[in-house]
Write a protein that binds this ligand. Sequence first.
Ligand code: NAD
Ligand code: DAU
Length: 333
Amino acid sequence: MAHILVTGGAGFIGSNYVRWLLRTHPEDRVTVLDKLTYAGRLENLADVVDNPRFHFVRGDIANPDDVEPLLAERPLVASFAAESHVDRSILDPTAFIRTAVFGTYTLMEAARKHGIGRFVLVSTDEVYGSVVEGSSKETDALDPRSPYSASKASADLLARSYFTTYGVPVMITRGSNTFGPYQYPEKILPLFITNAIDDQPLPVYGDGRNVRDWLYVLDHCAAIDLVLREGEPGEIYNVGGGNERPNIEVTRLILDSLGKPHSLIQYVADRPGHDRRYSLDSGKLRHLGWQPRYRFEDAFAETVRWYVEHPGWWRAIKSGDYTEYYRRNYAHR
Ligand code: NAD
Ligand code: DAU
């Protein structure tokens, strides 16, 4: 029986991981530490809050008073907590740097002090920067190009230094663009699906030819869990979905699956410093025993269906803070 501390467990991937964990490992206990920022929502965990194996703590990974008592219990740690949206990092990087750098430092210091068993830091393929051709390997140089990806690369390097210097058993996963239920409707998939449902324009940045490699959230969760339990301390593992698609293709797929017209596509000004393509070589993780279980087409259709069937979840968000944010920053484009 394991006790797993999940930081950022009220966000998109974290909440899917918690649900998956409680289902897949019936002996394990799970504690979530989450600050509940705009992206962290207890509604995402509504179906597990009454589970006796689940415990929620509201707190900040950058605050030692919040982190210390939890790491003193010496759980396994899966750390998802971060600011995660590139556009927000361009508008104001402050929270990104604070959470990624001071948050990771705080977690690492507590992990070192209490001698915890295993720690996975959830990082991203964006740390490699824009990849014109070929696929990134774990040994490639980092070239982050947005405040978001630079904050993640900083956390990634800092965590690894605690392995090299102090022997803290840290593993790092670098995952690709993840999709599924409970994703905040500021990211392209949930934003475009929910806009299309409401016959609103789909704002495609630039020429729409930027390529992302799509990974279903449950495949990402299984990869993180495998690395947590069986990864080699100090090692980095790429997690790529193997589904590279230009944004415009994904946009058309959304419209087609909802029976909406392509005239909803609206080309808008490009994101500053917009990375053209990400691509991962996931051979190392496959060698450890992981492979994606879900076909892209099936997982994509399932995801669209989830947003169609859960309008209450995303309407509450879009009618409040998000709508205001979007109006202020993007509506003029
Ligand atoms: P998200 O924005 O949906 O969730 C982030 C969660 O972290 C929220 O619950 C938020 O409240 C919490 N949080 C933020 N700052 C915190 C702090 N200081 N202390 C405690 N909790 C805090 O993000 P997501 O899309 O679920 O991403 C989770 C992790 O996976 C992030 O580290 C992200 O960089 C990484 N990642 C995401 C993707 C993707 O496509 N979404 C791909 C690869 C890696
Ligand atoms: O690659 C992994 C990363 O994927 C994660 O580390 C990040 O946390 C996650 O947010 C995601 O980053 P992206 O910047 O790739 O995701 P986003 O959904 O913001 O954008 C995906 C692509 O779609 C990107 O090329 C920009 C484009 N886009 C995005 C939005 C929000 C648009 O064309 N229009 C939009 O309105």
